[in-house]
Write a protein that binds this ligand. Structure first.
Ligand SMILES: [Zn+2]
Length: 277
């Protein structure tokens, strides 16, 4: 009777030991046992800079949406001296999918609206530093002007044409969609929203002959239906105008950005860049 009881018990204990040994990796056991202060690795912050116009001429617009090329050049140099790794959205997505870790201090450069001055002033500087960047285009106005700003009495500015876009695309510039017409998306019908988001992707891809995976909400306007429409259209990520940093866990359809104003001097740019959010 005594034998019958102890034998199965010792067998259970043996199996339990074996199970624990197999189920818990020894490295994890060691880490917890020998590093009592151990905390899991912090997620890597990914900063996304938001620019619009890069232009020296005050007539092209106010400093809210326009950075002087001299300041832009200075800012690109600062990214280098302060150890930022300028990456593409594709690289960020690779890291999110766990395929490749992020480099130190990763940062993405974006331009909204697709102004022709991006080609004239920003592109040569980006090329000099071999920085990738993303420009969000308003499909129906490519080669035209910022018609959507007319009602607000904003200055008229030339937008990128297809020759400029194609040259930039061959030189590390990614193009994303900023819709067909730059509308306030929440004011449209569901059908109109789908058209602005889906057709701009299809048409851009047809002309660029490459995937268009990233989207930018005009005026930063979005709601749940709109982010869902962006995801359903097949985009991989979308940027907002909400201030902040991102990491591998941030919702890819509401990525936050750091707005760079034309009024920022060197010190203010560094402050905005390195602010703990
Ligand atoms: Zn815009």
């Amino acid at each position: 009777m005594r034998y019958k009881l102890t034998f199965p018990l010792s067998l259970i204990a043996l199996w339990l030991l074996l199970f624990l040994r197999l189920a818990v990796p020894s490295q994890a056991v060691n880490t917890v046992m020998f590093n009592p202060g151990f905390t899991p690795k912090k997620p890597t912050k990914v900063k996304i800079l938001m620019y619009h116009k890069v232009n020296p001429h005050p007539a092209s617009g106010g400093l809210g949406l326009r950075v002087n090329p001299i300041n832009f050049a200075e800012q690109m140099e600062l990214l280098k001296t302060r150890g930022y790794s300028v990456i593409s959205f594709d690289r960020f997505m690779e890291a999110r999918n766990g395929n490749r870790p992020l480099p130190p201090k990763p940062l993405i450069i974006t331009f909204d609206d697709g102004y022709a001055d991006n080609y004239n002033y920003a592109f040569p500087i980006l090329k000099k530093y071999r920085y990738p960047a993303t420009v969000f285009l308003v499909y129906n106005q490519i080669g035209g002007t910022n018609l959507w700003d007319r009602a607000l009495n904003f200055p008229t500015n030339k937008l990128l044409n297809w020759d400029q876009i194609k040259e930039m695309a061959r030189n590390d510039i990614t193009f994303g969609s900023h819709t067909l017409n730059h509308p306030h998306l929440p004011e449209l019908t569901t059908a109109e929203i789908t058209k602005e988001i889906t057709d701009s992707k299809i048409l851009l891809e047809k002309n660029l002959k490459q995937p268009v995976d990233y989207f930018c909400y005009p005026y930063g306007d979005f709601n749940k239906d709109i982010t869902q429409a962006v995801e359903a259209a097949g985009y991989k990520a979308a940027v907002t105008v909400r201030p902040g940093d991102n990491d591998e866990k941030t919702n890819p359809f509401t990525l936050k950005r750091i707005r760079v104003m034309g009024t920022y001097d060197k010190a203010r740019f560094i402050e905005e860049l390195e602010k703990d959010r």
